[in-house]
Design a protein. Structure first.
Lengths: 343, 416
C-alpha cells in the first residue's frame, strides 16, 4: 500500500524502471552468447540492421540474422515469458494459500502437464501436439484439485493445498509408470521434465495461443493485487471488509493455474523460479502485491534469461541452473533480511 | 426511531450441530451493548452472522430496515466494521498498511488509495493513539498495540456499527481498561453503535448500557448491567459461585468469585471425625475429610497398612500397632479415647477379623457416649470372625448409627 509520500512513489517507479532496463540489457547481452561464432560487433550491427533508421551498411550475413532473430531472441523472449509467468503465479499462490512453501506446481498443474506431455511423447505424437496435450493435462489437474477441495460453495485453503499434494503425487506416479515403460522415448521425456527453452517444432504455433493466454492471466491477476493484500488478514476479515472472497479466490486460482499450465506445456517443469523469485522480491520491496507482482514478473523474466544463457553455455538443462544459482542467492537473502512470512 | 440493527429469530447450525436457536433483539442507534455468555453459547457465531461471514439457517438480520442477505458485501462493510478476536496478518505489513486496509470497501476496483483515504487512516490512528506505529511492522507490536491498530482499521472503515469480538481477552489489565475507555470515547465522539462480545463480566458491567446474555444458543436475558450482572442470574447461567458487589468508584455492579472450598473450612476444624478403617477401604474418605477441613483421627491401624500410609501422609492423628499384630490394650484404650472425644465416628467397609475386632468395640463405646456413628450399609459383608463383628455392628445400628453407601452422603451428614 503506497504511502503517498512522493519519495516512496518515486522510489517504486524508479526501481521498476530500473528493473525493466536491467531486463532489456540482459536480453540484449544474452543474445550475443551462443554456440555460433558471432562476434559482439557483428551482433550489434545485426541488431541495428533491424532498426528502421539505421541504413544497412553492406548487409550482415543472412545467417547471423537467422540465428539471432530466428533462434536466440525468440528463445530469450520465451524465457522471459516463462520466468515472468512462473514468478507471478508463485506470488499469487503464496498470497492465496498464505503458505511460504506455495509455488506454481503446488496444486498439481505441472504434474498434469507433465503427464500430458509424457503420454503424448510415449505414444509418439508429432511434436506439435505435445504442448497441446500437456496443456489439457494441466487444466484437468487443476479442475481435479479444485473439485477435490471444494466444500459446497467454498474452497478452504488448507484443503486445497492437500488436494494439490494428492493430485501431484498421483500424477507423478502415473508419469513414473509411463517413463518406466517408455524405452526409446525416455531421453526426450527426461529433458522435457527438466525444462527446456529451445524452440521446437510446435513452439511457434503454441506461442500464438500462449502469449494472449498468459496476457489475460496477467491482467486478471493485476486487477486483484489489492485483494491479495487484504486476504493476508485471513478470509474472515477479508469478507468483513467487503470482499467476495470465494469469487476472488476462484479468479486468482484459475488465472495463476492458467499461466502456469501454459508455460509448463511449452517449456517443461522449470523449478525454483516460482518459489524463490517471489520470496526474494518480497524480502527486498515488501509484501504489497501491487508492487510485488509486477516486480516479480520482471525479476522472474530476467532471472530465467540469465539461467537459460548459463544453461546454454554449460549445456545443462535450465532447471538445473535455476536451482544451482537460485538457492544460494535466496539463502543469502534469508540470512540478511527480515522474516519471509508471518504465518 | 428505527433500530439500526434488527435481529429476528435467527437460527444457525454448524452441519447438524445447532449453535443459535431463535435469537431476536434490536440495537438502537448510538447504543453501547455488550454480548456476554459462557463458552459455547454462540457469541462469536452471532458476530459472524451479523457481518455476513455466515448465513443464518433461519430468520433474518436487518440493517436500518434492509435485509443484509441482499446487501453487497462492500455495502455492508461500509456500514459495519468488525474488530477480530485474534488479529493476524500473513505478511509483514506496517501499522499504516494495516489500517489503510480498512478503506477497502470504499476503494474502487483498481485498488489504489487516494490521499483522502490515507488521511482517514491516519486520523483513525490518531484517535486510537497508534500514529507512532505507522511504520512499525505488525509482528513487532505488543498485544495491546496490535489490538489498537485493528481498532483503527475498523474506524477507518467509517462504520455506523462497530462489532468487537472479545477485544480485551488477551490483554493486560491496563490495556484492557485503555481499550474499553477508547471504545467508549469513540462511541460517544462519533456516535457509533457498538456491540461487543466480552468474557469479562466486570468490564461488561462497567462499560455497557445494555447487556445481552447468551446461554446455550438462546438469549437468556436482555437488560441493564444491574439487572444482568446479578448473583442469581450469573449463578444460573454460568454455574459459577459468585457474589455481587459494587465498584466503589463508579457504582457499577461487580462480581466477586467464590472458590469452591467454602470459607466454612475454618469452622470445620473444630469438628472431630474419627475413622475406623484399614486395608485401603478409607482412602477416598480420609482425603476428602482432610480437604474439607475436618480434624481427622484414625485407629487402630497396623503399620504398613495402606490406610495407615495415607493417614500418615495426611498428617492425621493415628493410633497404630506393629504390622500383623492384633490390637493391643494400650492401643485400644487410646482408640476409645479418641472415639469418645470425636463428634463423629465413621466405620469404613474394612474386613473385620479377630485381630481388629476391638476397633468395633471402641466404636460401640463411643456410640453409648452419644457420638454419632456412620457405617456402611453393607456392613454384613465385613464379618470375618464368625458373626462377632456383625453382632457389634447390629448393636451400633440399634443405637442409631446411620447407614450410608457413598461418600457424598457422609459429607452431607457431617454438614448437619
Amino acid at each position: 500500500m503506497k504511502n503517498r509520500s512522493p519519495k516512496r512513489v518515486k522510489r517504486i517507479a524508479s526501481s521498476m524502471a530500473l528493473l525493466l532496463l536491467f531486463w532489456a540489457v540482459i536480453v540484449v547481452l544474452s543474445g550475443s552468447i551462443g554456440p555460433a561464432k558471432i562476434s559482439f560487433g557483428e551482433y550489434v550491427s545485426t541488431l541495428c540492421s533491424r532498426l528502421p533508421w539505421t541504413a544497412r551498411a553492406d548487409g550482415s550475413p543472412a545467417a547471423h540474422d537467422a540465428i539471432i532473430f530466428g533462434i536466440r531472441l525468440p528463445r530469450i523472449l520465451m524465457a522471459s515469458l516463462v520466468g515472468a509467468a512462473l514468478a507471478v503465479a508463485g506470488a499469487v499462490f503464496q498470497g492465496l494459500l498464505r503458505n511460504p512453501l506455495a509455488e506454481p506446481y503446488i496444486l498439481g498443474v505441472s504434474s498434469g502437464a507433465a503427464v500430458g506431455a509424457t503420454v503424448a511423447m510415449a505414444v509418439g505424437l508429432a511434436a506439435v501436439f505435445v504442448p497441446l496435450v500437456a496443456f489439457v493435462g494441466a487444466l484437468l489437474a487443476m479442475v481435479a484439485a479444485y473439485q477435490l477441495a471444494r466444500l459446497g460453495r467454498t474452497v478452504p485453503v488448507h484443503t486445497l493445498i492437500l488436494a494439490g499434494v494428492v493430485v501431484n503425487a498421483f500424477l507423478s506416479a502415473i508419469m513414473m509408470f509411463i517413463v518406466s515403460r517408455a524405452g526409446d522415448q525416455l531421453h526426450g521425456i527426461m529433458f522435457w521434465l527438466m525444462g527446456k527453452l529451445e524452440p521446437s517444432a510446435g513452439t511457434g504455433a503454441v506461442a500464438r495461443f500462449a502469449v494472449p493466454l498468459v496476457g489475460v492471466g496477467f491482467v486478471l491477476i493485476l486487477l486483484h493485487c489489492h485483494d491479495l493484500n487484504i486476504l493476508a488478514f485471513g478470509e474472515e476479515s477479508a469478507a468483513q471488509l467487503g470482499m467476495r472472497v470465494e469469487t476472488v479466490k476462484k479468479i486468482l486460482f484459475v488465472s495463476a493455474s492458467l499461466i502456469t499450465g501454459v508455460v509448463v506445456a511449452m517449456s517443461g517443469m522449470i523449478g525454483f523460479v516460482g518459489l524463490i523469485v517471489p520470496h526474494s522480491v518480497r524480502l527486498v520491496i515488501g509484501a504489497d502485491h501491487r508492487s510485488l507482482i509486477p516486480t516479480a514478473a520482471i525479476a522472474g523474466a530476467s532471472f530465467l534469461v540469465i539461467a537459460d544463457t548459463l544453461a546454454r553455455v554449460a549445456s545443462v538443462p535450465v532447471g538445473v541452473v535455476t536451482a544451482l544459482i537460485g538457492c544460494p542467492f535466496f539463502a543469502y537473502l534469508l540470512r540478511t533480511r527480515r522474516r519471509v512470512m508471518n504465518v | 426511531m428505527t433500530a439500526i440493527l434488527n435481529v429476528k429469530d435467527i437460527h444457525f447450525a454448524y452441519d447438524s450441530r445447532p449453535v443459535l436457536e431463535g435469537i431476536s433483539f434490536e440495537l438502537e442507534p448510538g447504543a453501547m451493548v455488550g454480548l456476554i455468555g459462557p463458552n459455547g453459547s454462540g457469541k462469536s457465531t452471532l458476530i459472524k452472522l451479523l457481518s455476513k461471514v455466515l448465513r443464518p439457517t433461519d430468520g433474518e438480520v436487518r440493517f436500518r430496515g434492509q435485509d443484509i442477505d441482499g446487501m453487497a458485501p462492500t455495502e455492508l462493510a461500509r456500514r459495519v466494521a468488525v474488530v477480530p478476536q485474534h488479529p493476524t496478518v500473513a505478511f509483514s505489513f506496517s501499522g499504516l498498511e494495516t489500517v489503510t486496509a480498512g478503506r477497502y470497501p470504499h476503494i474502487g476496483r483498481f485498488g489504489f488509495e487516494t490521499q483522502r483515504d490515507l488521511e482517514i487512516a491516519r486520523h483513525a490512528m490518531a484517535l486510537t493513539d497508534t500514529i507512532h506505529l505507522c511504520d512499525r511492522r505488525i509482528e513487532e507490536m505488543s498485544g495491546g498495540e496490535k489490538q489498537r491498530v485493528f481498532l483503527a482499521r475498523a474506524i477507518a472503515q467509517e462504520p455506523e456499527l462497530l462489532l468487537l469480538d472479545e477485544p480485551t481477552t488477551h490483554l493486560d489489565i491496563n490495556h484492557q481498561i485503555e481499550i474499553m475507555d477508547l471504545i467508549r470515547k469513540l462511541h460517544s465522539d462519533r456516535n457509533l453503535t457498538v456491540l461487543s462480545v466480552t468474557h469479562d463480566l466486570n468490564l461488561a458491567a462497567e462499560y455497557f448500557d445494555t447487556l445481552l446474555l447468551l446461554s446455550d444458543g438462546a438469549l437468556a436475558m436482555e437488560g441493564s448491567p444491574s439487572q444482568v450482572i446479578a448473583e442469581e442470574v450469573i449463578r444460573r447461567v454460568y454455574g459459577a459461585n459468585v457474589v455481587a458487589g459494587k465498584n466503589p468508584k463508579t457504582g457499577a455492579p461487580q462480581l466477586v468469585l467464590v472458590p469452591r472450598v467454602p470459607p466454612a473450612a475454618a469452622q470445620r476444624k473444630g469438628v472431630k471425625v474419627h475413622v475406623i478403617c484399614g486395608g485401603g477401604t478409607a482412602s477416598d474418605l480420609l482425603r476428602r475429610l482432610v480437604i474439607e477441613g475436618y480434624t481427622v483421627s484414625a485407629g487402630v491401624l497396623n503399620e504398613g497398612d495402606s490406610d495407615h500410609v495415607l493417614a500418615a501422609a495426611l498428617a492425621t492423628e493415628i493410633v497404630d500397632i506393629p504390622p500383623f499384630s492384633p490390637v493391643s490394650d494400650s492401643a485400644h484404650a487410646r482408640n476409645v479415647e479418641l472415639a469418645r472425644a470425636a463428634d463423629f465416628v465413621i466405620v469404613s467397609p474394612v474386613p473385620v477379623g479377630e485381630g481388629n475386632l476391638k476397633n468395633l468395640e471402641a466404636a460401640l463405646e463411643a456410640s453409648s457416649g452419644g457420638v454419632r456413628i456412620i457405617m456402611p450399609s453393607s456392613f454384613e459383608n465385613q464379618d470375618f470372625c464368625s458373626g462377632k463383628a456383625t453382632a457389634i455392628l447390629r448393636r451400633l445400628v440399634d443405637n442409631g448409627a446411620e447407614l450410608v453407601s457413598d461418600l457424598n452422603r457422609i459429607l452431607e451428614i457431617l454438614q448437619d
